[in-house]
Design a protein around this ligand. Structure first.
Ligand code: NAD
Length: 491
């Protein structure tokens, strides 16, 4: 894409290449009394500030693209709200001349950014409550201070400025996203999160509405002009192409997901999970999709007695479900290696939260207990699972979608490992039932003993879990208590 005569390169691989621009994650330090979190230490100042100011920017307000002749800007983006920050190199003698970089900064990505003179920058608040920033430039703005320290600013209102186009038109932060399986549990939570956080994004949900898909999960957004729904199967190549066309990003949730079903009737798992994913990848390649986020699972690694799986661990899936997901995961990877389709893969542990189908462990047990029924516990209940709240997973997916590197896979775990018996006892206590409500049933065939993920890679990139397990589980139980109509029709 060219913009105002510059070649603007949106390839993720090249984004990080504006010489002299330094983006650093902000650390948190306990203050000496232990009751405050400092995010910034003056003695670590990378520049010598001439002034400082703190700003609140209202939602949708754009600070147009401009550059400084002499001044370096040092920004701290933290606190509340997010911005899209746009940077491009306008220094003719720079080896990164003409390079463009866009990133989301602020509450969800707390960073400091140094912008040297000659690098054009502009930003826009994209959070409903507005966004917060601190600026510490190393020279004073025009009109203040000693003459020799006064900076010249070229900006969009200058007669000769090459940056006259408002950010809104120039920017590429308006994303059109094709989401598959968005009517299911995680997909619907993800779509609502994205439209809330990025109200200017457009989302097309493509879902076959199998027994697991339910558009009642999306009533909050069904009239949102930035949301569209198409009923379709991901194995239908022609229709997939028709609907995917015009989108920039793809997020693939669509899958057959219930392990028990894959033990009894597994062909549909191969069809949807393998052939369906392949169809999406091939169509995305053909249409030149800019980013393809494939939702895989921790189950592709198989079971582990001790320690945790990292992203390079080998695949040893044990059920037809996890084997079909492993095949899809490998196909996705191959499209990056072979065709350079910018594929990013996530492998999360077990999700829990609102709108999960009552066939799955936690909602099945909660709803049975609410009804006064017994809960069917496999074997002796010793099998261990790691649990993550669905909103934490959705925020991680959002994070990986924006910041993940093509060709990479990221584990997403909740660091809450519990045996199924431990989880059952917690659910019994929370719903006021006793252990007579446990019915021990014959173990699941090929039952994986333990899943465990090492999530350092994603943490290093800046993602952090926010919802504690007991708080998340309590709010989930409350949701099922308050939404009986929703789950009754599915049981
Ligand atoms: P879900 O079963 O609740 O939803 C799946 C959705 O896909 C449904 O809306 C369904 O209608 C749709 N779908 C199924 N077949 C389709 C097809 N052929 N074409 C189009 N749409 C189709 O699943 P979920 O729990 O939300 O899981 C979403 C994704 O996350 C899956 O890929 C799953 O493997 C993965 N995952 C889930 C968990 C978890 O704990 N739920 C953990 C790790 C990974």
């Amino acid at each position: 894409m060219t913009f105002n005569g510059f070649r603007v390169n949106l390839e993720l691989k090249e984004m990080n290449m504006i010489r002299g621009v330094i983006v650093k994650k902000l650390d948190q330090f306990d203050d000496y009394r232990g009751n405050l979190k400092e995010i910034y230490r003056a003695d670590e100042d990378p520049i010598n500030p001439a002034m400082s100011y703190v700003s609140h920017t209202n939602y949708g307000i754009t600070r147009g693209p401009h550059e400084h002749v002499a001044q370096s800007d040092f920004f701290i983006f933290c606190g509340y709200g997010d911005f899209t920050l746009h940077l491009w190199d306008n220094r003719k003698n720079s080896e990164t001349y003409g390079k463009y970089w866009q990133l989301v900064v602020g509450e969800s990505n707390k960073v400091s950014v140094i912008v040297p003179p000659g690098v054009v920058h502009g930003y826009k608040s994209i959070s409903k409550q507005g966004s917060f920033s601190i600026n510490l430039p190393d020279k004073l703005y025009r009109g203040e201070g000693k003459k020799e320290e006064i900076d010249e600013i070229r900006h969009e209102s200058d007669e000769n400025s090459p940056f006259k186009i408002p950010l809104d038109e120039a920017n590429s932060d308006k994303k059109k996203i094709f989401v598959t399986g968005g009517s299911g549990f995680i997909g619907s939570n993800f779509i609502k999160h994205m439209l809330e956080k990025y109200p200017h994004y457009e989302i097309t949900n493509y879902d076959a509405l199998t027994y697991a898909g339910n558009n009642e999960n999306l009533v909050e957004v069904e009239n949102n002009p930035h949301y569209k729904f198409f009923k379709g199967d991901i194995t239908n190549q022609e229709f997939v192409e028709h609907v995917m066309k015009g989108n920039e990003w793809v997020v693939n949730f669509a899958a057959e997901t219930h392990v028990d079903n894959s033990i009894n009737e597994s062909f549909v798992f191969t069809k949807t999970n393998v052939l369906g994913t392949h169809t999406l990848l091939e169509t995305a390649r053909k249409l030149g999709i800019k980013k393809f986020l494939h939702i895989s699972t921790d189950e592709v690694y198989g079971s582990i007695k001790e320690g945790s799986f990292h992203e390079e661990s080998s695949f040893k899936p044990n059920s037809p479900y996890s084997s079909s997901k492993a095949a899809a995961d490998l196909l996705a990877r191959s499209y990056w290696i072979t065709h350079q389709l910018p594929v990013v893969i996530t492998r999360s542990s077990n999700n829990y939260g609102p709108h999960q189908h009552p066939e799955k462990f936690i909602p099945l047990f909660i709803t049975n207990l609410l009804e006064g029924k017994k809960v069917p516990l496999y074997g002796d209940g010793a099998n261990v699972r790691d649990w993550i709240h669905v909103l934490d997973n959705c925020k991680a997916l959002d994070f990986v979608l924006h910041h993940g590197e093509p060709g990479q896979a990221y584990n997403i775990g909740g660091e809450s490992e519990l045996s199924n018996l431990e989880m059952t006892k917690i659910l019994l206590a929370q719903t006021g039932r006793d252990e007579n409500h446990i019915s021990y049933v014959e173990d699941r065939k090929g039952h994986d003993f333990r899943y465990s993920l090492n999530c350092e890679k994603l943490k290093q990139l800046g993602w952090k879990q926010e919802i504690g397990f007991s708080q998340g589980l309590k709010s989930t139980i409350d949701w099922y208590k308050n939404n009986e109509k929703w789950w009754r029709q599915l049981k």
